[in-house]
Write a protein that binds this ligand. Sequence first.
Ligand code: 13P
Ligand code: SF4
Length: 298
Amino acid sequence: MCSNLVKEIIRLKKEKNAVILAHSYQRLEIQKIADFVGDSLELSVMASKTDADVIIFCGVDFMAETAAILNPEKTVLIPVEAKCPMASQLNAEMVDKAKENGLPFVAYVNTYAEVKAEADICCTSANVVRVVKSLNSDEVLLGPDRNLAWFAEWKTKKRVIPVPEGGHCYVHVQFDRSDVIRAKAKGVPIIVHPECNPEVQLLSDYIGSTSQMVEFVRKHGSAVIGTEIGLIERLKAEGYRVDPLKCVICREMKMNTLRDVLRALREERNVVEVPSDVARKAKRAIERMMEISRGGRS
Ligand code: 13P
Ligand code: SF4
């Protein structure tokens, strides 16, 4: 790691009372300088708890947007405006159309503010089961990830209708049956993210959000992991015996570099802003989710 760059980031962070939040898919050098590394739910919680004046959000844009919605009085900066391709698969108009049948709509946190503003509640991969169970309806709409909707339907026994029908994460759908069957020979648990295809989830030993997978590995010591490579690199660096189910990379998550973090701190550039009327409505759906997940994570 370039030590001068890191020293300067640490100095500026202090000077500006800034905090660095990073998702587990970020480059390892960014995870190492972050004040907090976590999954979407944990990062949202951290963003709402921090007393820093500036939040440097190392992740993709919808995550930084969530932090800005929860902290209208703080400056939220995104070093590089990296767009999650799955979040772009759903807009407010599509949600309004789907809601014409009167069913509640659950917005996966991997959505933009305009979609969250139309939602009854948000969810993350860590709390989707709890959120869907909490709704007073046996049929719900959930988007944009069709695989997360499938997972929620499987675990809750409610009907969970994906909006749109084919929403997906291009990173996680790269895993297939044969990857899991091959990995079984290693004799260690296979753990995957709920954005993976159903046949992959069904053959695996455990399904969870990125942080739930971290918890699993800390408890069991080893695993073959079906998610973005950044999480596996982090666990390897911590000394765990982990292997990727297959090496898959989220290009957007890898766009941030240490230089970008430094530039963001220095120039206070790429301020994340959400129109106040949209932010107010989106915040309601996020807070409703946080309320539900306070009692536990699944
Ligand atoms: P987590 O909430 O599990 O960290 O997932 C976020 C994500 O973008 C997965 O692709
Ligand atoms: Fe979006 Fe998939 Fe990348 Fe997560 S891994 S940020 S869902 S493209």
